[in-house]
Design a protein. Structure first.
Length: 641
């Protein structure tokens, strides 16, 4: 007698008589889907949420054309994947890159390179008639209030209405920013003298040129990889802007420094202070001590809305200069909120590395600005290319990854250089244990002794980075391993959630406590008060009862996405299986460039090649709207085998 199938914990059975066994409780299967939606859901292209949204909206508007429903579902799927639109002319070729790949290689689907690509056999509508069907559908017809469900851009790109509006707003706000008034002879002379003063050494020609560009524009995008001197340029800019105001008889400019996460804001604060300390005393006096905050804190919380802020077009930010660091991490939505809050006359300086990972939300704004603003008269892009941070080995590896040169990257990792190492063992656990355990034990000893500042410093000595959260190459797995190793060495098993030496990462903003998403901390033992959480927040470290931290996670290991905006002396990168959809050049480059001194890559040659050979796909239309060539981020090729 065959036993009845057992439902997975927390699953809701799908009311579909054609589904049996485990399929009946698969959360990816859409309840009652039919036609194209069912076909694409069963193929793994669409998930249940995509189908349900399309079904609900089509039903409410009386739309019965299944081609329009499929287009809507793909637009929802695109946003969940980080794109702001979908190109129906190319989606059939690119959709294989979207399909979910399990975290664990043992459960991964066969490599499409070894046989037929499942996406190629799907009944894709012909693009021309597909667009005609979408254009004629109720989904693109305005309602009485003027809103629509879907929007088309130049008969090619298909958007959900919200993202179409936000992208258009970002474009309009940028292009509407006015030029600066013509500088006087006195101001021009002071500028050249000031540049000589803040850049007195040879080898900083790029920074000097970038500063000159930013000082003559209302809006500047300052790009460069780690160590290229972006913060040096920002500090010099602040000093020169203050001097220019002084020469012109204006008050000292009100400056805002911001970054997407608390950790990035803390690093920006520290880096700017260090750079300002190297300037002449008069420049330090002019600038003062501007405090870096998160973008959310800069814009101000709005208790009545989770997507809007206190500052907007009707209540602009009061600052004369706004500098945003780590702009690659800023989503389209947050960029739209920033631009509508900044006064048209404010100097806006957007800083970041366009080769890094983009926001976890929809958009690839920095890359779009770099491509789309070229040639605009009053919107400048200044690029820094020469790194001053790394030794030759890490810098060369970062360059090889950025340029897509897998052979060069592998040669460097296997060269025997003391700063680079490739762990290719079939079972990498012993090698990782040897590298990670000594630092984890140091952290536990410092925390148990109540040495809070020493424990915080130890957090920045080493990072174990993963692409995934789950699976054998994921954060949860490696966090459990490190905790087990520590328990084996100390003889004190970890039973409680909070223990001395637990490194934590804040995962949500709490303005009441003064902690922000991305802040890192460690649990220490106070001889009087017991366990305390020491958090490296902005503008100073916080001492809190652990119970007050509502949303935190253990960070013996953390995802590469969450490591953005931080640095460590040594970085260990655990690569996921070569078939993972997260394994991209941008991910690998971001991980490698978190290191100040040593990089250890844990993975096979196939995984390194897959990472370097696959580009992240983000479909956007911003660069096209700004006048740049082509929509969105260049599409990647097929997944590496």
């Amino acid at each position: 007698m065959t036993a009845a199938p057992t439902a997975p914990t927390g699953a809701t059975p799908v009311a579909d008589p054609d589904l049996t066994g485990e399929e009946a409780w698969d959360h990816r299967r859409a309840r009652g889907a039919t036609g194209l939606l069912r076909t694409f859901n069963e193929a793994g292209v669409l998930e249940a949420v995509d189908v349900h949204v399309a079904q609900r909206l089509c039903a409410s508007l009386g739309e019965s054309d299944e081609r329009a429903a499929l287009a809507l579902a793909l637009a929802v799927r695109a946003v969940r994947g980080g794109s702001v639109c979908v190109d129906l002319h190319t989606v059939a070729d690119e959709v294989v890159l979207w399909t979910e790949v399990p975290d664990d290689p043992a459960t991964a689907d066969p490599d499409p390179a070894a046989g037929e690509d499942p996406a190629a056999s799907l009944p894709w509508p012909e693009p021309t008639t597909w667009y005609a069907a979408v254009r004629a559908s109720a989904l693109t017809r305005p309602s009485e209030g003027g809103a629509t469900v879907l929007r088309l851009l130049e008969d090619r790109l298909l958007y959900l209405d919200r993202y179409w509006r936000e992208e258009q707003q970002v474009c309009d706000d940028l292009l509407a920013r006015p030029p600066l008034d013509e500088a006087t002879d006195v101001e021009r002379a002071a500028l050249e003298t000031g540049l000589d003063r803040v850049f007195p050494l040879d080898g900083y020609d790029e920074q000097r040129a970038a500063a000159r560009t930013a000082l003559t524009q209302r809006t500047t995008v300052l790009t460069g990889g780690p160590g290229t001197g972006k913060t040096t340029t920002v500090a010099a800019l602040l000093a020169l802007l203050a001097e220019q105001a002084e020469v012109a008889g204006r008050p000292r400019p009100r400056v805002a420094l911001a970054a997407p996460t608390g950790k990035a804001a803390a690093r920006l604060q520290q880096a700017v202070e260090e750079e300002l300390a190297g300037l002449p005393a008069a420049d330090q006096e002019r600038v003062g001590r501007p405090q870096a905050v998160t973008l959310h804190r800069l814009l101000g919380s709005n208790p009545r809305s989770s997507t809007r802020f206190r500052h907007h077009r009707g209540d602009r930010l009061p600052h004369d200069v706004v500098v945003v660091d780590e702009t690659s991490m800023v989503s389209l939505t947050l960029t739209a909120r920033l631009l509508e809050a900044v006064r048209p006359t404010t100097r806006l300086i957007l800083v970041g590395d366009p080769d890094q990972l983009t926001s976890v939300e929809a958009g690839a704004v920095l890359a779009d600005l770099v491509a789309g603003l070229a040639g605009h008269e009053h919107l400048a892009v200044a690029a820094l290319r020469t790194s001053h941070r790394y030794g030759d080995a890490i810098g060369d590896l970062a360059t090889a990854v950025r340029d897509g040169d897998a052979d060069r990257a592998l040669d460097l990792l296997r060269s025997g250089d003391e700063h680079l190492r490739l762990v290719e063992d079939p079972d990498p656990v012993p090698a990782v244990r040897e590298l990670v355990l000594p630092r984890a034990l140091e952290l536990v000893r410092a925390a148990a002794a109540g040495e809070a500042e020493a424990a915080l410093r130890l957090l920045d000595q080493q990072r174990l980075l993963c692409a995934h959260r789950e699976g054998s190459a994921g954060v949860r797995h490696w966090n459990r391993l490190v905790e087990r190793w520590v328990a084996e060495e100390t003889g004190e098993p970890v039973w409680a959630t909070w223990y001395a030496g637990r490194p934590v990462l804040v995962t949500a903003n709490d303005y009441g406590l003064g902690v922000h998403n991305g802040d890192a901390g460690v649990v220490v033992r106070d001889p009087v008060r017991g366990l305390r959480a020491r958090v490296a927040a902005v503008p100073h470290a916080l001492d809190l009862a652990p119970s007050r931290l509502g949303q935190v996670e253990t960070m013996h290991a953390l995802t590469i996405h969450k490591s953005q905006g931080s640095q460590a002396d040594e970085v260990l990168v655990v690569l996921p299986p070569a078939r993972s959809r997260l394994l991209t050049r941008e991910l690998f480059y971001t991980a490698v460039t978190r290191a100040r001194g040593h990089v250890v890559v844990v993975g096979a040659e196939a995984e390194v090649r897959a990472a370097i050979g696959r580009r992240a796909v983000r479909a956007t239309g911003l660069r096209q709207r700004l006048g740049g060539a082509g929509p969105g981020v260049p599409p990647a090729g097929p997944p590496a085998g």
